[in-house]
Design a protein around this ligand. Sequence first.
Ligand SMILES: CC(=O)SCCNC(=O)CCNC(=O)[C@H](O)C(C)(C)COP(=O)(O)OP(=O)(O)OC[C@H]1O[C@@H](n2cnc3c(N)ncnc32)[C@H](O)[C@@H]1OP(=O)(O)O
Ligand SMILES: CCCC(=O)O
Length: 444
Amino acid sequence: MQFVNEYRQKLVSADVAAKAVKSGDWVDYGQFVCQTQVVDEALAKRKDELQDVKIRATTRTTPLAVVQADPHQEVFTYNNFHYSGYDRKLQDQGSAFFIPIFYHEKPGYYKNFLDVDVAILAVTPMDDFGYFNFSTSVATSRAIVEKAKIVILEVNPNLPRVMGGNNETVHISEIDYIVEANWAVPEIPNALPSKEDEQIASLIIPEIRNGSCIQLGIGGMPNAVGSLIAKSDLKDLGVHTEMFVDAFVDMYEAGNLNGSQKQLDKGKIVYTFAMGTNKTYEFLHNNPAAAAYSVDYVNDPMIIRQQDNMVGINNCMEIDLYGQVSSESVGTRQISGTGGQGDFTIGSYESKGGQSYIAMTSSYVDRAGQRHSRIKNFLSQGSIVTIPRSLVSNIVTEYGIVNLKGKSTWERAEGIISLAHPDFRDDLIKQAEQMNIWRRSNKR
Ligand SMILES: CC(=O)SCCNC(=O)CCNC(=O)[C@H](O)C(C)(C)COP(=O)(O)OP(=O)(O)OC[C@H]1O[C@@H](n2cnc3c(N)ncnc32)[C@H](O)[C@@H]1OP(=O)(O)O
Ligand SMILES: CCCC(=O)O
């Protein structure tokens, strides 16, 4: 009863809540599918009253009213930590800026450096004890709440209530305003795997041992590996992953997962955020098989490495002949973000028996039907190095797997070129020769 009264006192309309934002403020919209929609619309209506409002969000999956109302960023400047397809199109039209991060450090950025004047987070309805649940976006939510001067919750009964872990809730005593909403949780299906994705998955699966602990990164390819694991005989697998995706539900239902061999969180599927279809959202709702923790735990390489036989599987855009990996941009076009790729590349490699895979199709066919190699002498001009060559271990394409750890420049060039689409290999060899990283006795 005590909390019900407090709930009534804090319950306001979206228009009233949006009035909390002042000119000059930093406003945090939260992450993934748990971002404000109704307060965003109310804030957009205030465009002519405000100046210099800076918005932060992560991986926006539905249109942003503040950007639609102000595409030239005269009032609202939109910043994002990890682009979705929607976000990169906003950047293409000059309506978004990117914020680079090393993901496990992100709660610390809030604690130590970032100002949050107003946080607006989408959460589940309050429970009997006065707690709201951060649902599928636990990752950085508590850090945002703890830093914000004003906290607005957009309460939505359609969001799944996830089990923790830790840092998965916010108490009514910590917040200022409640706004009720009822939008459908955005479903984010993965593209169907290509023939090459399946070839890559079939190269990785035999390397995975029973009892391994799996991380799957964002994108079509890691999901293809997960779907193939669900069709394999692998058993006693565990999960310690940043992102929970549909493929984990397939693996759970197929009986591949029980977490019995994990060193930490035995028996639990551990993750920090989830994005997928309703299959994922229904699976996570009130399910004690899974535990969500904030990202400073899940993605900390010192935690990841404590799970024996970690297998981290992540996707990239390009690799150069030195072994530098770009996973988040092509040239100056920011495609996504570093996310946890660095965290899991380090943590998986350092785990006892661990393996880190960076996978990609060897080539990419553009909209005009032209094929381009993802393996290049140099990364495209302007491309961001997501994983420096010193940290990269296994690279996979549909042509095989090469481990770069400890390899000299000529061994790297030879190994990486062996993974290229055959149409590009001769040119790559000539380029490697010009770069003085091709051994004359190498096979052509
Ligand atoms: C969220 C997390 O952090 S999970 C933990 C691991 N984190 C990471 O791995 C982060 C970095 N990795 C990623 O973000 C993803 O795995 C990616 C971007 C490499 C692949 O994701 P996918 O969704 O499968 O990428 P997809 O193939 O759809 O391509 C994404 C975009 O890049 C474009 N693209 C892809 N390859 C190229 C290329 N070689 N040249 C130009 N554009 C390209 C595509 O056209 C598409 O753009 P569009 O939607 O505007 O048309
Ligand atoms: C995947 C990275 C997400 C974030 O910055 O919160």
